[in-house]
Design a protein around this ligand. Sequence first.
Ligand code: F6R
Length: 263
Amino acid sequence: MRVIIETDADAAARLAARWIANTVCDKQDAVLGLATGGTPVRCYEYLIQWYREGKLSFAGVRTFNLDEYVGLVPDHPESYHRFMREHLFDHVDLKPENTRVPDGMASDLESACRAYEEAIRGSGGIDLQLLGIGRDGHIAFNEPGSSLASRTRVKHLTEETIRDNARFFGSESQVPRLAVTMGVGTILEARCCLLLATGNHKAEAVAAMAEGPVTASVTASALQFHPQAVVIVDEAAASKLQRGEYYRTVEAAQRQRLPVREF
Ligand code: F6R
């Protein structure tokens, strides 16, 4: 696991955006796995900016989102379909038919989940999966206790996630209780996993993910098994890491050998 500590949330978002932009420039038909939530918003703003400046094109790119609430129509203000349109899809040259978000309205959710897995496989697999992390250590909606081999399926949200996401819905009672989510096993098949975490409230989850045991109680810890897992954090989210100084030393040396192109 490569842990990169940036000074603040903006620098962390910019580095994550550079990573994505590098992937797209190196492979114009790249397959990106995308996340929603508060964390990636700034990262998407950088991608939009570089697209507008003519530095980047998504014309050949295909995307798969991690998750979607069950029971929200795509136009619902808090659906992840809508989030993606507002924060990325409507502002770059991604072809709508090349963007996929799980269907939380499918009449047969189980077969929709199987079809999602098949679509990922059919695309040749995800080149770069962007991830956030919940305060309880979840990735996508793989809540504590989820199988580390899980595939795309319906999950019950925990009370903690419902409370955290109530800020988007206005009240806890309006947060859907179920979501369709890629599984941990699905995520681990991406060729590169890029997890972005910012803020003090993520510090414990980040430390548990990177330095704790691999456990279904912290589903992000499964990334320790991934050969290409990159974790970009700001100082606040890094504040509970025990090996912070070591990561900084390694990164200073690594950057000279493996520079991430500027945009
Ligand atoms: C969203 C997702 C979630 C979030 C996580 C952190 O697609 O998969 O796992 O990444 O809940 O959310 P924020 O960024 O809002 O703190």
